[in-house]
Design a protein around this ligand. Structure first.
Ligand code: FAD
Length: 498
């Protein structure tokens, strides 16, 4: 049996591992951390659970393509999935607007707030419907696809969103709350197509949260891999991939052991892997994305509060109002609640998490500060957490005196934890005028090494990570077929011995 060594036990790594076992390979996952999951994780502080990842999981609608994959990976099956009523909400001048799962309700609410924006609102809702149909989750039952004629008519409409950033799209609306709502989640620089994808997934019941949240999902994938006979080596960082000519033949681990390999799958951030553990140049297209100015990397500053309140004044995610002097380029703060998970907080209480995105220079500033001056770094975390607490209380005065900081974490935390170069946890932000095609995982000069990473396809995220893991195994299978055909041909053409 040929052996695949997978570097990294995040979602891409576990997906590669599970598909490798399904296809009969001896498979070992090496993970530098003490548990698998990577960014799909959570931790406990002072009796409160902090969930690091899932806001929505694309692929929870049984009619979607992703659903089958998540089932094969052991993620869904008989697990209950929360299809929340709202994904996020934001307020302005005393009004609130939510991304309702019920798209008719969303349309109605937008029209009620701003009848003068009716053309733009109807166009947006129609585009969301088209996106749902492209994914096979359209119509009232969320099970309809897109006909050829419908598809042809939809091209000009989708091209419009393809060309615009969320900032540009928000300016097409006259009402300030609608403007805020459009750029609320990622700021102004994302492509509007990404926004349509999120709306389409959530309103198409394809963006739910599986019970148990991020930790629960990671544990189910780990269990699936173990049930298929895979082996995980935790606390083992891969420090080098050893090559013999065009083949990777083994990997060296931090504990001094060496694992031989017929194939190596690399799932960690390519920016951190090429030039350190991989002795080969990064694939050209990927390299251009890292070096170019068009594709932006980001991470986040986050903090969590114990909340001494039983019934919260909002549901899902809430975009807090921030002032123009807010100290980050993206001026949004996302507040999350987890009341759907009853064991995340002691009875009668809740846990709240705040997040603001930071671009590369801001992320690097945290990383530099932590290395150079831990006291200043800790002070900065405290000051930002105090600012976030003020923002929460401004929007929800009822929470005044009810919040207690339990943790704060930064891009430096992500860098230490997952090894990602600037502490990023998704791929590049999807800009306007860009289609999210996948970059090949093949590496020039090393025939049996494949990348399986969310960095191959913008904007990353769990489904992309998992499908890149699956694709790496299918590339390996294709190579195996090629090798066996070549062997057969060689045998056929061997000269007869006299
Ligand atoms: C706050 C937050 C919210 C998010 N929300 C969502 C969401 O709602 N929906 C969604 O789809 N996605 C979301 N994501 C993104 C999602 O978590 C990631 O896309 C996904 O987890 C990436 O998985 P990965 O396996 O590609 O990478 P990672 O999770 O980074 O895993 C890489 C693994 O490799 C290990 N590793 C690195 N170097 C080595 C080495 N040399 N040797 C051994 N092991 C190594 C790391 O320790 C890590 O475990 C969110 C992420 C965060 C942080």
């Amino acid at each position: 049996m040929k052996r695949i060594v997978v570097i990294g036990g995040g979602v891409s790594g576990m997906s590669a591992g599970i598909y490798a076992r399904i296809n009969g390979f001896d498979t070992v996952i090496c993970e530098k951390h003490s548990t698998v999951g990577g960014n799909l994780c959570g931790w406990t502080r002072d009796g409160y659970h902090i969930d690091n990842c899932i806001h929505w999981l694309t692929g929870t609608n049984p009619h979607s393509e992703g659903y089958r994959m998540w089932n094969e990976l052991g993620v869904l099956g008989d697990v209950s999935v929360l299809q929340g009523n709202t994904l996020y909400s934001c307020g302005y001048g005393g009004d609130t607007l939510s991304l309702f799962r019920d798209i008719n309700k969303l349309e109605q609410r937008m029209l009620e707030l701003s009848p003068e924006d009716s053309d733009e609102i109807r166009r947006l809702i129609h585009a969301v419907d088209i996106m749902q149909r492209i994914g096979g989750i359209g119509g009232d039952g969320h099970d309809e696809g897109l006909g050829i004629r419908q598809g042809i008519y939809a091209i000009p409409l989708l091209m419009r969103y393809y060309r615009m950033t969320t900032g540009e799209l928000s300016k097409c609306f006259s009402h300030p709350l609608l403007r805020k709502f459009i750029s609320a989640f990622w700021g102004n620089e994302f492509g509007s197509l990404a926004l349509l994808m999120v709306f389409a997934a959530f309103c198409g019941e394809n963006g739910g949260i599986p019970a148990g949240g991020s930790c629960g999902m990671a544990k189910r994938m780990e269990k699936q891999f173990a049930a298929l006979g895979g082996e995980v080596l935790c606390d083992r960082e891969v420090i080098r991939i050893n090559r013999r000519g065009a083949l990777a033949e083994s990997v060296d681990l931090s504990d001094g052991t060496r694992l031989t390999a017929d194939y190596v799958v690399v799932t960690c951030d390519p920016a951190a892997a090429f030039g350190s553990i991989i002795d080969a140049p990064m694939p050209k297209r990927l390299d251009r994305q890292y070096k170019g100015r068009r594709f932006k990397r980001f991470s986040a500053f986050q903090c969590a509060f114990a909340c001494d309140v039983d019934k919260l004044p909002f549901e899902g995610d809430y975009i807090l109002s921030s002032e123009s002097d807010f100290p980050f380029e993206i001026k949004q703060v996302i507040l999350r609640e987890f009341s759907h998970e009853t064991d995340y907080a002691p009875e009668g209480k809740n846990v709240l998490q705040c997040m603001t995105f930071c671009y590369e220079n801001e992320a690097n500033e945290f990383i530099r500060m932590r290395e150079a001056d831990k006291m200043s770094y800790d002070r900065k975390k405290r000051e930002l957490s105090e600012l976030f607490e003020k923002l929460i209380i401004t929007d929800f005065p009822i929470l005044n005196g009810k919040l207690r900081l339990i943790d704060a974490w930064t891009p430096a935390t992500y860098k230490r934890y997952t090894g990602a170069e600037i502490g990023s946890f998704m791929s590049f932000a999807l800009p306007a005028k860009c289609l999210p095609f996948r970059i090949t995982g093949a590496v020039d000069g090393i025939e049996n090494l494949f990348i399986a990473s969310q960095w191959q396809q913008l904007p990353g995220g769990l489904p992309i990570a998992a499908s890149c893991g699956r694709k790496a195994v299918s590339d390996i299978m294709r190579r195996e077929v090629f090798l066996s055909k070549r062997k057969k041909n060689c045998m056929k053409t061997k000269p007869m011995q006299s």
